[in-house]
Structure formats: C-alpha cells, structure tokens
Design a protein around this ligand. Structure first.
Ligand SMILES: [Zn+2]
Length: 310
C-alpha cells in the first residue's frame, strides 16, 4: 500500500495574490513512513525545531527584527529568541496604540506563524529547508505528483471545472496511473485478482480550509460519478491529519512551495532537488504538469515532451 500526502500552495482564487495555484502529492510506500518521519525529525531536532510544524513559506520570509538586533548571528538560540520576543512585544504595543486594527492583527498573525523559527537566522532557515529537500530528493521510493495551474492562462468561462476541481482530479488520476503501473498484475500479466493490486490512500492536511474543500470536492466527484468510477486502486475514504503530527504533510507543503517559487520567480535550487522525484515513464515526466500556454519552455513543460531522437 502507498500513502499519498496532499497539500496546496498559492491560492485558487482569481486573481488572488499569486499567479499560480499548485496542488502537490507525495507518495511513499506505507512501510517507509516511520523511517521518513524519523529522518525529518532528526533534521528538525538538529536546529532546535523538534516537534515543530514546518511551514516553508513562513519560514523563508525575512524577519525584519532580526536585522535590527545587533550581533544577532553570534547570540545563542535562547538569547536570539528572547531578543526577538522583546522586540515583537514592543512593536505590538506600539501598533495597539496607533489604533490601526488591521495592521495590528496582521502583524500579530505574522508573529504567531513564525514564532517557532525566530531563533534561526535567515541563512540557517534556508539551509534547513535545503537539507529537507536533499533528504526527499534521495528517497528513491517516493513519487511527486502535481498540477501547477497558471491562473492567468486558466479561463473560467471556458473551463468545465473550477481550478480546485481540475487540480484535485489531475493529482488523483496521476497517482492512480502510478499505482496501476507498479501493480504486479500490470507487470506480469498475472490475473490472480485484487490481491496483487497496490492500493493507495490519500492523506490531506487537516487545516480547516483545505479539509473542508477536499471533503466537498470528493462528495461532488461521488455524486457526479466522475473520476472515482475510474479509480480502481485508490481507497475511497480520504484521511485528514494535522500536519503537526506527521512530517510527511510538511514534505507535500515543501514540494508545493518549491514548484510555485520556480514557476513564479524562477528559483531553481529547491525545485531541481524535488523535481527528481516527479513520476516518470521512460524518462518523460508524467506525474507533474504545468497548465499554461503551449509555448512555455519551463523545466516541467520540457520534461513532458519526449526527447527528440537524432
Ligand atoms: Zn511550463
């Protein structure tokens, strides 16, 4: 059995504040789960992040107060945390006095989302994320599936589905194709029945917005009789887990982030490491798609096309 962890990056809203919406899934054989989780936890513990949830987008922001604390890099973790917290408390009190409620609320939210990471400098945080990507890159048993939608190209008037539906259907269908391709039955023409199938289980991040959305999408797919009727290998009940509880959902978050930052900003370092895990058939990438204008020559679009035989 294989587990596919699913997470999104960017917003499906049009236009929203990102040009791309990414839905990413990372599958691993169920028997590898414990090893993967332990390896992730080891990396986290090394930089004082044991049992903390890793949210890549929040982690890779610049924390302005760190630059305002003199000699920040030379302080130890505890001192850094103390200094940042002191700075942040002062700033929140100041904002409270200005009576600018939206700014106060936004700042407080930013502080909460980044609280676990403030003892690390920007370079240390970046290094840590790179090490996570290197780890995943080396997992020969893992596969990456993703639908990357360029929202500027997506025409809601012509499309039969919403961005959410298209992304979800694409990721699930590609996972199904992969499961079929690795079933012993498919490989050996052995018709012994279902016992030879590789079953797949979808696991979603249990954040309220995503969980609700995916539950509604699944209900719709069942009702309309589309998608699920064609699925032979995926177990119909989706599972939701708190990403705090499993490092693997955080890996799906990392993959979504890397794909989006590559497509929107041309950032290649994380992308190159993680794209190695994209599902391939005879060297052609079949697991990850960039939904955009046909003339696109990005690495995903190029990897989709069969190499020309000379
Ligand atoms: Zn492309």
């Amino acid at each position: 059995m294989l587990i596919c962890y699913i997470d999104e990056s960017g917003t499906p809203d049009i236009p929203g504040n990102t040009s791309h919406y990414i839905l990413a899934g990372v599958s691993i054989p169920v028997e590898k789960w414990k090893d993967c989780d332990r390896d992730i936890e080891t990396l986290k513990t090394r930089v004082g992040l044991a049992h903390q949830e890793i949210h890549v987008a929040w982690m890779l922001r610049r924390y302005i107060e760190q630059t305002k604390i003199s000699g920040f890099d030379s302080l130890d973790y505890q001192q850094r945390r103390y200094q940042v917290n002191a700075f942040r408390t002062t700033e929140l009190l100041r904002l409270q006095r200005t009576k600018n409620k939206p700014l106060y609320k936004q700042t407080r939210k930013n502080y909460q989302q980044t609280d676990a990471y403030v003892h690390l400098t920007y370079d240390e945080r970046k290094n840590f994320i790179l090490n996570m990507a290197r780890l995943v890159s080396g997992w020969g048993f893992a596969r990456l599936f993703a639908e990357c939608i360029n929202k500027i190209y997506f025409d809601p008037n012509r499309a039969k589905q919403t961005i959410d539906e298209q992304a979800f259907e694409q990721v699930v269908s590609r996972f199904e194709q992969y499961l079929r391709s690795i079933s012993p039955k498919a490989q050996s023409q052995d018709k012994t029945g279902d016992s030879t199938k590789n079953f797949g289980l979808l696991v979603h991040d249990n954040n309220q917005t995503v969980a609700r959305k995916h539950t509604l999408l699944m209900k719709k797919f069942y009702r309309d009789g589309t998608l699920w009727t064609d699925l032979e290998n995926i177990i119909e009940t989706p599972l939701f887990v708190d990403s705090e509880l499993t490092g693997m959902v955080q890996i799906a978050d990392l993959c979504g982030y890397a794909l989006r930052r590559y497509l929107e900003n041309g950032e290649e370092e994380l992308f190159d490491l993680l794209f190695k895990r994209a599902d391939r058939k005879y060297d052609v990438v079949v697991g990850v798609r960039h939904f955009t204008e046909p003339s696109c020559v990005c690495k995903i679009c190029r990897a989709h096309k069969k190499p020309t035989v000379i």
